[in-house]
Design a protein around this ligand. Structure first.
Ligand code: PRX
Length: 662
């Protein structure tokens, strides 16, 4: 069946147990050895003794969550502060529009900031930020609280109210965190757009969200260069819907001279100067939206995933504190940009709710050279380092001599997210960064899930390349298209069978698409991933089952790339597929049928790439373009990307049985 084909059919990805690591990496792009991986790594005894959750407690939590899932999440909710507690933990009457903590009143910012001001955390560092040129800024919880309050007041004076949408188009700056928290504090809904998106992509998100305010910076430092942001933000507003964005707030980062529009544009520093250090925290209903985050799906249009205050805060708090075993002395560094969900849950909200100290870095990991990340770990004594496999693969390429020149002895836990980590990358991280002592916590989750779902804890037995087992309170399985569990070792589709607190509460203006997640396989949430379970119940994620490409841990839809190419006058038809890539996990390849009479040449290729850049931004990279005389299609005229993929990966035509009748 096709599931097996997808699972095993990524060609070299799942085959070939070669000897040399390098050779394997070359052949496969990444995951070749995953099926052959049989090693098990045990945590050091000391780590088990000191862990917040020991093995017996983990088993007990699993059992109690199995017997009484709502009781388990209720107990997790009790660890946080509420203005009013819930009348009901879960209301499933209107499934799949599940409602968590019905009747409760809260605000995540109360838990992330306000409550710490009353405790010993008040003068603890909340955020250590380092700019690419080497400048640093540090905020205690009290300082961050006051700065958030000042900006919250400024937002209110700009007319922003509960429920209004605020788009944040910024690189990783302290003000990015401040803007998110200030918006949430006054009950506005933030939507962070990654700074690598183009003006057009930004405009599309502003329009879809009907945003009232845009927050940006003059520019940012990346790889020794200054990139401008305000200019792109200005372009985005040209032609944006007329009844949205009324004002723009600009953070000064790079001292770029700007054209500011009187009455529309305001400098952040000037706005907050006169504001008071105190601001009331809006009392929110449990399911009032906290943020929208646009992510790619299988259609050409990004989906606005909605997360709400109560469920999100409970799920993120419980999973971050238990998986990363957060202790008062930790220095936690999640390398993800705030433009992605990892940056939201593990970069901003999770660590702040946990009262830990976070590190944030503005720039390129290789600037000025390939040891920058290790220099930061050593400088601040980072204890938990959470990153993506693509980063590891990139740094691996430069060799182990870079980490060797730094004192990384402060590290106690490592984490991975965003795409499957190959046993090679896992082992490199474990040995060269973690001294063969720090567990690698491979966390599976999604923009839609909001929180970690399948992940080890520090005390777990680890198999490199496996995300191990669902966390307590999560029921996940690997099934066929009818929802029947597949036997161990066989590829299938990853599903979640019970609602969980931090689940998205909907898609912005798109209830039908939201329902799709729960309708494709009856009664369960279909994640869109192919996975398999082994004899021990360990889960191995093998990649996306749908037409979503995971480039360097960032999702981009084939359809989005195709739509972008489609705007070029020379393009008649186009299909984009993901192919294995040694560093990025996957990269995109386009097959293009040109309009009659157009002959391809280098200039056309350059122009097509420029079109992609204009439409979507630098985030959309295409590795290669192949011009074809025709594209394979179903009888109903739909382009069959899977046929192209099979051809590209060298699968024989037998593998295509069933595909041609799509
Ligand atoms: O395919 C899975 C992959 O990333 C997808 C979710 O992407 P996004 O919503 O952008 O969120 C990424 C960060 C949470 C999933 O459907 N993915 C995420 N984590 C892992 C993973 N694949 C394998 N192993 C993981 N640990």
């Amino acid at each position: 069946d096709w599931i097996t084909q997808t699972a095993t059919g990524s060609g070299p990805r799942m085959t070939g147990a070669c000897d040399g690591e390098e050779e394997r990496m070359d052949q496969s792009g990444a995951l070749d050895n995953l099926l052959q991986e049989e090693r098990v790594f045990r945590p050091l005894p000391q780590l088990v003794i000191e862990a917040n959750v020991n093995p017996q407690e983990l088993e007990a939590a699993r059992t109690s969550a199995r017997m009484d899932p709502l009781g388990y999440w209720e107990e997790a909710a009790d660890e946080l502060d509420w203005f009013k507690k819930w009348d009901q933990v879960l209301d499933d009457k209107d499934a799949p529009f599940y409602k968590w903590f019905v009747g409760a009143r809260c605000n995540i910012v109360y838990n992330a900031l306000d409550r710490h001001i009353e405790t010993a955390n008040k003068n603890k560092l909340a955020l250590i930020w380092e700019g690419e040129p080497g400048d640093t800024r540090k905020y205690t919880y009290f300082e961050l609280y006051r700065e958030v309050n000042r900006f919250a007041n400024a937002l209110r004076s700009l007319g922003i109210r509960k429920g209004d949408r605020v788009v944040i188009y910024m690189s990783p700056l302290p003000e990015t965190v401040i803007a998110m928290l200030a918006a949430a504090k006054i009950g506005a809904i933030h939507s962070v757009v990654f700074a690598g998106f183009s003006a057009k992509a930004l405009r599309q998100r502003i329009n879809d969200a009907q945003a009232k305010l845009l927050i940006t910076a003059d520019g940012f430092y990346r790889n020794g260069q200054i990139s401008s942001l305000k200019e792109t933000a200005d372009q985005a507003l040209v032609g944006a819907c007329t009844d949205c964005v009324e004002s723009m707030v600009v953070v000064r980062r790079c001292n770029i001279a700007l054209d500011m529009i009187d009455g529309r544009d305001f400098y952040y520093d000037e706005l907050i100067r006169q504001e008071s250090n105190e601001a009331p925290t809006e009392v929110m209903d449990a399911d009032d939206p906290l943020f929208l985050l646009y992510t790619s799906g299988t259609t050409g249009k990004p989906k606005g995933v909605i997360h709400s205050h109560a469920g999100y805060m409970v799920g993120v708090h419980r999973t971050l504190t238990t998986v990363f075993d957060i202790k008062p002395t930790d220095i936690f560094w999640c390398t993800a940009d705030p433009g992605w969900v990892t940056g939201h849950s593990a970069g901003v909200y999770g660590p702040l709710m946990a009262g830990t100290t976070s590190v944030m870095y503005e720039g390129h990991p290789n600037y000025p050279q390939a040891d920058r990340l290790w220099a930061i770990v050593a400088k601040y004594g980072v204890t938990i380092f959470y990153t993506a496999p693509t980063m590891i693969r990139m740094l691996m390429r430069f060799g182990a001599q870079y980490p060797k020149t730094h004192d990384l002895s402060s590290l106690r836990l490592l984490g991975s997210v965003g795409e499957p980590i190959s046993p090679e990358a896992w082992t490199w991280l474990y040995r060269n960064i973690g001294r063969s002592e720090c567990p690698v916590l491979d966390t599976w989750w999604q923009t839609e899930t909001g929180m970690f779902m399948i992940s080890p804890m520090p005390i777990s037995l680890l198999k490199p390349g496996s995300v191990t087992k669902p966390l307590p309170g999560i029921v996940a399985d690997v099934v066929d298209r009818n929802g029947t569990p597949v036997p161990p070792g066989k590829g299938g589709l990853l599903v979640i069978s019970q609602p969980w607190p931090a689940m998205m509460t909907g898609l912005w203006n798109d209830d039908d698409q939201y329902k799709q997640y729960w309708q494709q396989i009856p009664g369960v949430y279909y994640a869109g991933d192919v996975a398999r379970k082994d004899e021990d119940g360990y889960i191995w994620i093998q990649g996306r089952a749908d037409d979503v490409i995971n480039i360097a841990g960032h999702r981009i839809g084939s359809a989005e790339l195709e739509a972008a190419f489609g705007t070029h006058h020379a393009v008649c038809e186009c299909a984009v597929i993901g192919i294995p890539d040694r560093i990025k996990g996957e990269s995109a390849k386009a097959f293009i049928l040109l309009n009659h009479g157009i002959t391809p040449d280098d200039d056309l290729i350059k122009d097509l790439k420029k079109t992609l850049w204009n439409e979507l931004g630098p985030v959309a990279v295409i590795k290669s373009i192949e011009f074809r005389e025709s594209l394979p299609k179903t009888r109903s005229g739909k382009i069959m990307r899977r046929v192209l993929k099979a051809e590209e990966l060298g699968l024989d035509s037998g593998d295509l049985t069933g595909l041609a009748t799509d």
